[in-house]
Design a protein around this ligand. Structure first.
Ligand code: SF4
Length: 237
């Protein structure tokens, strides 16, 4: 347990439970060559280099899906998703039957059919160049011409596919960094729980990390002082 304090902390260790999707190299090779994952993996130079240097006849790939658009680079979500995949990769490597984890893949499913809010954000990210996958030619023109009142712009399938897939290289240094970040989050959660257990109210026990769309969907938005939601109106039937 990070920041463990005898008599104060609830436990001196923590565990994580969950299901991680893992693709083995055998399954990947069995799949058709038209498989989109294989196509994109083969285009990735870092992946190719790692395959050539791997000391194992088999390897694995961690896969995760996000029901959201691709976040801008260096945003909280961008970093959190990377830490998540790297933590999964370390957890998997602790299992005796695992093969080396070569890479992680994140799928941002909203990119295949963007909501208006997503399009608005994408347009802003393209204008300030804060996204790593930029549109070109027709995609760029159509997106820049689009406004929230018009119908969704025509964006090519290639552009949508490319934005929906993100590779995370599983290197030791970044894995250690992500484990530290994970520990930090656990320490914060534990600290907030201990505050509540000792009688502090919810609002002063937890440190909010507001993000407009999460706040819009959050049940606490009507009384949370940090809410970024614009949907604060309570409707009484
Ligand atoms: S409303 Fe408050 S508690 Fe809810 S997501 Fe936003 S910041 Fe977090």
């Amino acid at each position: 347990m990070p920041k463990y304090q005898k008599g104060l902390s609830r436990s001196n260790y923590y565990g994580v439970t969950g299901i991680i999707d893992v693709l083995s190299s055998v399954k990947i090779e069995e799949a058709s060559s038209k498989n989109l994952i294989i196509k994109y993996l083969q285009k990735d130079s870092e992946y190719k280099e790692r395959i050539e240097n791997i000391n194992s006849p088999e390897y694995e790939i961690i896969v995760d899906y996000k029901g959201m658009k691709r976040p801008p680079v260096n945003s909280h979500s961008w970093n959190h998703h990377q830490w998540q995949i790297l933590t999964y990769s370390w957890l998997r490597s602790m299992q005796p039957e695992s093969r080396p984890v070569l890479t992680g893949i994140l799928f941002y499913l909203n990119e295949l059919s963007l909501f208006k809010e997503d399009l608005k954000l994408l347009k802003m990210e393209v204008q300030d160049r804060s996204t790593d996958i930029m549109p070109s030619e027709n995609d760029l023109n159509n997106l820049l011409k689009w406004n929230i009142k018009s119908k969704a712009p025509d964006l090519s399938l290639a552009f949508k596919n490319e934005r929906s897939i993100r590779f995370i290289m599983t290197e030791n240094e970044s894995i250690n960094n992500s484990l530290n970040e994970f520990d930090q989050v656990v320490a914060e959660i534990e600290n907030s729980i201990i505050c509540e257990v000792h009688g502090k109210g919810i609002k002063s026990s937890w440190i909010p990390n507001p993000e407009k769309r999460t706040c819009d969907a959050c049940d606490f938005k009507t009384f949370c002082a940090k809410s970024e939601s614009t949907k604060n109106v309570l409707t009484v039937p």
